[in-house]
Write a new protein. Structure first.
Length: 108
């Protein structure tokens, strides 16, 4: 049996949706034991978008909320999420109501 090769660097992707429908992603290679905060810092996305820090942004890995100190695994995707502007349930209600009004207007 061949000896196991030492694990290489972590390959991660960091994504920031700074504006609606626009996502900026950066692929990185980080040393083993890196955290979410390390990935965010190494990405350079915050200064690129004029953000001073993580104030108001939530952190997630593959859509699951995490803290900045969470350890990363190979091929993780770190996501920096903006706060919601509208409650999704309320948005759905408004959309349904406007669609119903349009349908009722066509039948007249």
């Amino acid at each position: 049996m061949a000896p196991a090769e030492p694990p290489g660097p972590l390959r991660v992707e960091v994504a920031l949706a700074a504006e609606p429908r626009r996502v900026d992603c950066v692929a990185l290679q980080l040393p083993l034991g890196s955290t979410v905060a390390d990935a965010v810092q190494a990405s350079g996305l915050l200064p690129r978008h004029g953000l001073a820090g993580l104030d108001g942004l939530a952190l997630a890995v593959w859509g699951r909320a995490v803290s900045a100190g969470s350890a990363l695994r190979d091929r993780d995707r770190v996501e920096m999420l903006r706060p919601l502007q509208v409650d999704p349930k309320e948005s759905r209600r408004l959309r349904y109501r406007s669609q119903a009004e349009r349908r009722a207007g066509r039948r007249r």
